[in-house]
Design a protein around this ligand. Sequence first.
Ligand code: S3P
Length: 435
Amino acid sequence: MSVRTIAKAKKLKGEITVPGDKSISHRSIMLGAIAQGTTEITNFLTGADCLATIKCFRKMGIDIDCRPSSILVHGKGLYGLTAPDGILDVGNSGTTTRLMSGILAGQDFSCVLNGDDSLNQRPMARIMKPLNSMGAHITSIKDNGCAPLKIEPGHLHSIVYQSPVASAQVKSAILLAGLYGDGETSVTEPALSRNHTELMLQSFGASVSAAMHPDGSATAYVHACDELYGQQIFVPGDISSAAYFIAAGLLVPGSELLVKNVGTNFTRAGFLDVCKAMGADITRVNETFLGGEGRADILVRSSDLKGATIEGDIIPALIDEIPILAVMAAHAEGTTVIKDAAELKVKETNRIATVTENLKAMGCNITPTADGMIIEGGSPLSGARIQSHMDHRIAMAFAIAGLTAKGETVIEDSQYVDVSYPEFFEAVERIRSDT
Ligand code: S3P
């Protein structure tokens, strides 16, 4: 177990380049592996989750070269994976488990996916049900709807699926399985979740389309296909990692930070919209687009924030940023209400519970609710011992809280930042400024 101590910051200044986007990095390995030819990935996130994806595909016969400046995935086509020798270890990664299950459902070999204690408690019935209705044979080995999962060969057909949750992992698992179907597969979700799979599938040559409906629900469509083709992928910086530094720049008085090369895909950028609604001084500069994915530098100046209501269709566009938004809300004038976010309960931890526990420990008045939380902001925070509960986003959100809190903040099990941002603590220390 490793522990980090965070002292209050005087001011933050400078530039930060956050690591590559976790969601896009996972997808680039997966699609690269099942495409014909070589996929070259630049700015790949070498966090533990994405490394788990690489290990799994290597175990299924895919040659993946990790070079200093890029990753080369030597794809073997839709049917080129081979039976792994032993269990596929997905570690802490829900994205690896769920998306890879969609691909494995279409293979002609059996395999077992197993993760760590946290992963093995997360719900997998949400992908097993639709994939099995496509003809897959996926079972929960302990019969509890969770991993370890056994995936046996099946003949897939296309489906029309109405998802009860707005989840990109569910949507993506079905779309990837849909490549192995016999026609058009569609997934309708109650609100639009991140669309990286759709964008990347399109650039790899699949026939994909999308529709938004008047009630806010959204449908993604994919046609079964014969081949995908390897691509060049430039992964933008992860907005979920950038969010910690945007928040830090806003909260520590007298600060100015430039967070560079941040992915701004609108299905991910809800955090920036909420920052604005809370009164944040943030500006997007140098915005560009590549492979359908936007990116920009974000200039942040410290700001007096006010509380906000965060609810409805924006929730999937900021679901991973809610722990850091809660920290911002604790500093904001007035009340912040977060609702329609019951999905928080099935992340790496139950984040309604872990955010509440830790903000309370720092002296904030917070009330958990069935689908979110209510935060009374404006009282100064005090340093505390923070339990990350092995959740990278809890460790990072509360390290940022530590920058403004009186005294010292101690983050337990801080090594879990490696899941998505291995150099996080070094980056925090680098931007401290006395002048
Ligand atoms: C992810 C989707 C989100 C997010 C997770 C990564 C992805 O989960 O919380 O960190 O890469 O598709 P859901 O889509 O299940 O909400």
